[in-house]
Design a protein around this ligand. Structure first.
Ligand code: 6MZ
Length: 353
């Protein structure tokens, strides 16, 4: 495992509220338990459970959101999640989260995102490069890291549209992403319970985002839904996540399109969207030279890490260290950040090679 931890890695599919430490969740639930908002023993049982079906995962998210959705907690979990990824040598993290309105806490989608950014700025264990276009600042951080020998992580954000949302709510998220572009927001994600919501509801907001030049990634094919999968592939997103329940025709379309796929092995196996790692589509896509990125999805919910995903892929598909390093390095092409960040990532990988 140690060699996978030491290898520089790029994480492109991580949900903030799915990546919280168990210890933090239990501490927060304990606080709410004392106040009578939740029954702590019930919450503890759910949090510590290891096997979760896809519907159970979404029930857990509802519970997590009760525990985490206030500004202070959002700031805390963002800081911890970034520190955890940095500690296993993730050098570029695209962290996605659903901006939430919570009137009882005086929270708007914008103030939620401001709390997220505050968490990123509060990271103390590594240098965090946050801004998208402020090249001069990036260079300054680089120089400082060179001088102090401190580790650095690039962090960028994707704003998620939840499949429960209306067209208007989705549009609000896209507008927020556009307003926050200079602050490190680099794209839009569509996620949430795949059996809820219609593609036509989100399409106007996604088309608007695309028109404005915001890169988009879609959760695609987590459940069998050929009509939606075809519509999503026709939309030509910059990346898709999962691609578990594809049929022959969809595979052909995907391969022709060359749309990169964010692969989350442990998540797919625990939720039983794929029956076992031996039959995972990673193997076929890798052999076909289709663009792939190994990702975690939800390190907290699925008790994994990006290093553990690399270890699993290496052992399950017989890939040696050099091949895994190449896979990690190739992800540079698919990040949503600009060319100056890609250039710096190239340098990091070149010096680690
Ligand atoms: C689809 C998922 C997901 O946004 O509150 N999310 N959506 N499939 C998955 N695979 C299992 N894992 C997480 O993080 C939690 C939210 O991310 C989405 C869900 O909408 C979940 O509520 P944020 O930070």
């Amino acid at each position: 495992m140690e060699c996978w931890e030491l290898m520089p890695k790029i994480e492109l599919h991580a949900h903030l509220n799915g990546s919280i430490r168990n210890s933090t969740l239990l501490e927060l639930a304990g606080g709410l338990g004392k106040g009578g908002t939740v029954v702590f023993s019930d919450v503890e049982n759910v949090i510590l459970k290891n096997d979760r079906s896809l519907p159970e995962v979404f029930k857990l998210f509802d519970l997590i959101h009760v525990v985490t959705t206030d500004h202070k907690t959002v700031t805390r979990i963002t800081k911890e999640v970034i520190e955890d990824f940095a500690s296993e040598n993730v050098v570029y993290l695209e962290l996605r989260t659903t901006p939430k309105r919570n009137d009882s806490k005086g929270m708007s989608k914008r103030s939620y995102m401001e709390a997220v950014l505050e968490g990123a700025r509060a990271v103390s264990t590594v240098e965090v490069d946050l801004s998208r276009e402020l090249v001069a600042e990036t260079l300054a951080v680089n120089e400082m890291c060179n001088r102090t020998g401190r580790k650095k992580i690039f962090v960028r954000f994707l704003l998620s549209i939840d499949r429960r949302e209306t067209t208007e709510a989705a549009m609000e998220t896209v507008n927020l992403a556009l307003e926050m572009r200079r602050l490190g927001v680099v794209g839009i994600d569509l996620s949430g319970n795949p059996v809820i919501g219609e593609w036509s509801t989100f399409l106007p907001a996604l088309e608007f985002a695309k028109m404005q030049g915001l890169p988009i990634t879609l959760h695609c094919g987590e459940v069998p839904n050929p009509k939606e999968i075809h519509a999503m592939l026709d939309f030509l997103p910059r990346r898709i996540g999962h691609a578990c329940c594809f049929e022959q025709e969809e595979w052909e379309k995907l391969k022709k399109s060359k749309i990169p796929v964010e692969i989350c092995l442990t998540s797919n196996i625990i939720t039983e969207t794929i029956s076992s790692v031996d039959v995972h589509h990673f193997a076929d896509l890798y052999k076909s030279n289709h663009p792939l990125i190994l990702c975690t999805d939800d390190v907290g919910v699925f008790s994994t890490s990006l290093s553990a995903e690399y270890a699993l892929a290496s052992s399950a598909f017989g890939l040696v260290k050099r091949e895994m390093f190449q896979l990690a390095r190739k992800a540079i092409e698919f990040v949503f950040a600009g060319d100056e960040v890609k250039q710096q990532l190239e340098e990091i990988f070149a010096s680690a090679a």
